[in-house]
Write a protein of this length. Structure first.
Length: 302
């Protein structure tokens, strides 16, 4: 049976993922379509900088055919990138990723450049103004040494989520004259999918490495990573200074621009977005809500 601590960690990770998803939904719903680098006149974006972390679902070029997972060793060649970029950009897709659509929704001046390209060349300084992507294809939540000790490092990307946090620190030291906390305070942090590779790499050793151990270690590492971001100023809050309490003397002047209202519950604007998912279209409710209403009307019942 999982311990209380394990349950809290699992719940914390779930809440993190839900908040991240909700943030993106509101950003995409509220922002006009925009291609980075375009000349479309739009209001100032709510975030001018985005820092992204994760694995191949978020990586925009930190790995190539020769450095990424062997099983997907052709990412630097066609047909990767064929749909939108019409060339390979070392993204693990035929075109844009969710993080690219995020850049468009926020009207950033460019898509997020990969950290390893920015760190070796000043030519990308302009692009880096939109933020940096630290995600690495094949990255794990658990550190690489764990896989090496268990003879599971044949096709394991050596970078973990904590490696990416170290890259973030190095980037801030090189590119900002202000404190890291100040630089982080005005940025949006995108934490993409991470942890699936930990399970994939250990599936062949289930008899010696219990899945429960992998889950526990992965959740602990992701928790440590998120806490590390918080310590660097990604988000600052007092758990006990809740909405309406004496410690909170002011309220947000424009709650419609935010997802969260009091640390746990959403704003009306976010609830409206969520409601729209169910009441409009058929993506989240089947049969579609409008079809249910029409069916009710045909039955002639009040």
């Amino acid at each position: 049976m999982a311990s209380t601590t394990d349950n809290r960690l699992d719940l914390g990770l779930l809440l993190l993922l839900l908040v991240a998803a909700a943030t993106v939904v509101l950003a995409v719903a509220a922002a006009p379509a925009h291609t980075p680098g375009g000349n479309t006149a739009t209001p100032p974006p709510p975030f001018r900088t985005v820092y992204a972390f994760g694995d191949s679902f978020t990586d925009t070029g930190n790995t190539r055919s020769t450095t990424g997972p062997y099983s997907f060793g052709y990412v630097s060649s066609p047909p990767y990138g064929a749909t939108f970029f019409h060339r390979s950009t070392n993204r693990y897709s035929d075109g844009r990723l969710v993080v690219d659509f995020l850049a468009e929704a926020l009207a950033l001046p460019s898509y997020l450049p990969p950290y390893l390209a920015v760190s070796v060349s000043n030519a990308n300084a302009t692009a880096a103004g939109a933020g940096v992507n630290f995600a690495v294809a094949g990255a794990t939540a658990i550190e690489h040494d764990f896989f090496a000790r268990n003879n599971l490092s044949i096709d394991v990307t050596p970078q973990s989520i904590m490696t990416q946090l170290g890259w973030f620190d190095a980037h801030l030291l090189r590119s900002s004259s202000s404190s890291s906390a100040a630089a982080a305070a005005d940025a949006l942090f995108w934490v993409g999918e991470i942890g699936a590779n930990d399970y994939a790499y250990t599936v062949v050793a289930r008899d010696t490495i219990p899945p429960k151990l992998v889950r526990t270690m992965a959740v602990q590492r992701v928790t440590a990573f998120v806490e590390g971001l918080l310590e660097r100023g990604a988000y600052n809050f007092d758990l006990f200074a809740t909405c309406g309490s004496p410690q909170v003397t002011t309220a947000c002047a424009r709650p419609a621009e935010y997802v969260n209202w009091d640390g746990v519950h959403m704003t009306e604007a976010m609830y409206k977005v969520v409601a729209g998912m169910f009441f409009s279209g058929d993506g989240y409710c089947r049969p579609a809500f409008k079809d249910l209403l029409a069916m009710k009307a045909r039955q002639g019942k009040p």
